[in-house]
Ligand binder design. Structure first.
Ligand SMILES: [Zn+2]
Length: 69
């Protein structure tokens, strides 16, 4: 399965959204590491967010609503 990258103007880095705090995380160097859940990879801004996600991933995925900036 391929996850489409999000492009930001001239920036080429692929970004992902931290499902816990909704921050943008550089997938090539996620400060909080990454975690796989149900075949999808999630990236985190900090180890704390990753720990929260791994404890209750569904809680964060359920409330994931795309919010316009
Ligand atoms: Zn976070």
């Amino acid at each position: 399965m391929k996850i489409p990258g999000i492009q930001f103007g001239s920036k080429k880095a692929e970004m992902a959204i931290d499902p816990v705090c909704k921050m943008q995380v550089d997938v090539s160097n996620p400060p909080g590491g990454k975690s796989e859940y149900q075949g999808k990879t999630y990236y985190f801004c900090s180890p704390g967010c990753r720990t929260s996600f791994q404890k209750e991933p569904e809680k964060f995925l359920k409330s994931t609503t795309p919010q316009p900036m």
